[in-house]
Design a protein around this ligand. Sequence first.
Ligand SMILES: [Zn+2]
Length: 387
Amino acid sequence: MADPRTVRQLNRQHMIELFSDGQARSRAAVARTTGLTKPSVSSIIDSLLEEELLVPAGVGEAAVAGGRRPNLVIFNPDARAYVGVHLGVRNSSVAVADALGRTLARASAPSSVGDAAAGVNRLEPLVREAAERAGVPVTRISSVGVSVSGLVDHRSGRCLLAPNLDWHDVPLREWVEELFGVPAVIYNEAHAGALAEQRFGWGDGIANFVRIMVDTGIGAGVVLDSRLFSGAAGIGGEIGHCRVEDNGRQCACGNSGCLESVASRPAILQSVREAAEDGTPTALASDCDIDTVLHAAEHGDAGATAALRRAGTALGRGIAYLRNVLNPDLVVLGGAVTRAGEVLRQPMEQAVRCSSLPHSACRLVTSSLHHAELDGAVVLAREHVAL
Ligand SMILES: [Zn+2]
């Protein structure tokens, strides 16, 4: 038999979700919608009123003419605030959100490479700045969700390795909880991105999908049966380290020919330099950035085109692995590299077709979210921290 406390917790979460649409409801209406008994509904509503997550909202219409008019209650978005944090390779960003998970303000600063403690301590003034801009007292913050560019065991709350930040086995959850004095939860950034996609993007209502982030690194968040799949050690979805090229480049992980060593932002820049050295005509400088490469490719630059076509083919092979193993309904691509248009997409789709089983109908779309890893951290704070 289920633990009654767990059942009550689930019912409570269900009622919070119900009221998240901002509609005022009577206790009887909630009982009808949820199928719970009136005493159960009343007991949970009483505790939510006490916590000020619900507030009185006048009286409604009587069920029958001349009958008693019911007291209504409504969700109070100011009851608490959530903080999302994204510890990215280049920037650390924070978002302060209301009790409905709506982001009210953001702030960011350069990330701290090589010094995890300094990187975490820097979050305190950033959160203060965003909270002030949002008009939210910091005492209202009830939990913090963190997404980080690295391997994370979310159960122990440790960042095992963040190669691009040069962080090694950091007790991130402990540090963040100490800093803010509230519960925290830590996930890998690609996993957080998938949660954001599920809540705000293409993944809404899709039971099985994968979101691949192609940026400084490459990682994927896998959602199966509507739940994020983390794997045995919490590092599921590391598609960036699938081998896609024989005799390929050395990868930071120690292997060679990994997807990340061909299709990540720095890998594409390296391909541009190598193409120039091999005599491919290009107007690009050796220290150009990814936006310049994307722009040059649109205008027919041969070096930029070759680099992006190679990346597209590699991505397509990686996506085919995922399709064959997981049979998702949808693959969503996010991150700076996926802003490239047809020059990346055409070889990518061709490689997907060449390496996928037939009959695995699967849409391939580009994410429209601009802050997926940060939005996902807010989702983590609101939905994945036990309150
Ligand atoms: Zn690798």
